[in-house]
Design a protein around this ligand. Structure first.
Ligand code: AOF
Ligand code: ZN
Length: 344
């Protein structure tokens, strides 16, 4: 199953609304073929593995086991035909699944179809690790809400700009190019209107193919003179969403009204502070530049918070940390989403 999780992570672009899935076929204790999902409209991992096996002339599926990190799908009227019937046709001996699919039309139905055909199905190998891999998909499917990640570029003493408002550049070119990889994973980018007014960023995604270059942009508040800003040229009116409602409604409204599966918020301090304090940010990407910039901290994170004690701190669960160029990078989660259906 660990091999499935590794395969699932091969694509360097986001797959949403689809999950990351890897599959392997094992015959007589040997891996015969591997497969992984490359995104909406392309074959699911199990089918990719079967095709790869067939390409090698392999036919003994009924004496083989299949490992896949997500329950095989069984629902219709979507981009690709359901996988469960195709696995039944191959009559696998055993199928090992990490966790059930939280999609409302699956939720154990795929597993039940497979079992009815006589295939032995076991659910639960590396369950938690597999769910960690698909946090956005699980939040989308179980709550109908957008998964919200946040990138913060901070000086080493935790400021997002110096007291005169200068923020370009607190982190190095290496970190800024890594941010393009983060943008490549997401459905939409979010910024505060002050960032648009003052920094006038392009917010483009260097790594994407031309045809799918631009995702959506959510601007918090109404920036002055938007039509003269670079993002107006990059995204165009059809892809810009102006958010001026209560921030608490953000995850549901972005998901239901705008089809945004994942939002990457890129500052500034007021917006970031409010998303953090209200528990709306699900995941953090922290970049600490190596400079101490001092001052009063007009643009430090949480400047307007009035937390009574240290016990009230907003804290996250670190997942990874290291150096990117000269900068310190840490990634962590504030919210964890799990699909553990009862009686299933
Ligand atoms: C799997 N293996 O590799 C994926 C699954 O529109 P479609 O046809 O791509 O179907 C998308 C749904 O299928 C998705 O929401 C999820 O429930 C399931 N995705 N299932 O067994 C895969 N990508
Ligand atoms: Zn499928």
């Amino acid at each position: 199953m660990q091999a499935c999780l590794e395969l699932a992570q091969i694509p360097d672009h986001g797959l949403l609304p689809n999950p990351r899935v890897g599959a392997i076929i094992v015959y007589q204790s040997k891996i015969i073929a591997e497969g992984f999902h490359r995104g909406p409209g392309t074959p699911h991992a199990e089918i990719a593995a079967i095709r790869n096996a067939e390409k090698k002339g392999f036919r003994k599926f009924s004496q083989s086991d299949l490992y896949v990190n997500l329950e095989p799908c069984c629902h219709l009227n979507k981009r690709t035909p359901p996988c469960a019937p195709q696995l039944i046709e191959k009559a696998f001996k055993n199928i090992f699944i990490a966790h059930l699919d939280p999609h409302p039309l699956v939720r154990g139905n795929g597993r039940d179809q497979l079992r009815k055909s006589g295939i032995k199905v076991s659910v639960g190998l590396l369950n938690e690790a597999a769910q960690d891999l698909n946090q956005a998909f699980i939040k989308n499917q179980t709550r109908s809400e957008t998964y919200i990640t946040m990138k913060l570029a901070l000086s080493f003493d935790g400021k997002m700009a110096n007291d005169s408002g200068q923020s370009q550049w607190i982190t190095s070119e290496a970190s800024r190019s890594f941010v393009h990889q983060l943008r490549n994973q997401t459905t939409a980018i979010g910024v505060g209107s002050r960032t648009i007014e003052i920094d006038d960023p392009r917010l483009s995604i260097r790594l994407r193919q031309k045809s799918e270059k631009f995702s959506k942009l959510v601007i918090f508040g109404r920036p002055k003179d938007l039509k003269s800003k670079k993002v107006w040229k990059v995204f165009g009116p059809g892809r810009i969403i102006i958010w001026d409602e209560k921030i608490e409604k953000l995850p549901r409204r972005l998901y239901e009204d705008h089809g945004i599966y994942q939002l990457l918020v890129e500052g500034g301090p007021k917006l970031a502070s409010s998303l953090l304090l209200k528990g709306l940010a699900d995941e953090l990407h922290l970049f600490y530049g190596r400079g101490f910039i001092g001052g009063k901290g007009r643009f430090s994170l949480g400047r307007d918070w009035t937390l009574k004690s240290l016990a009230d701190s907003v804290s996250f669960q670190p997942q990874s940390a290291g150096l990117i160029g000269p900068d310190l990078y840490a990634n962590g989660r504030l919210n964890v989403y799990r699909y553990h259906p009862k009686n299933r």
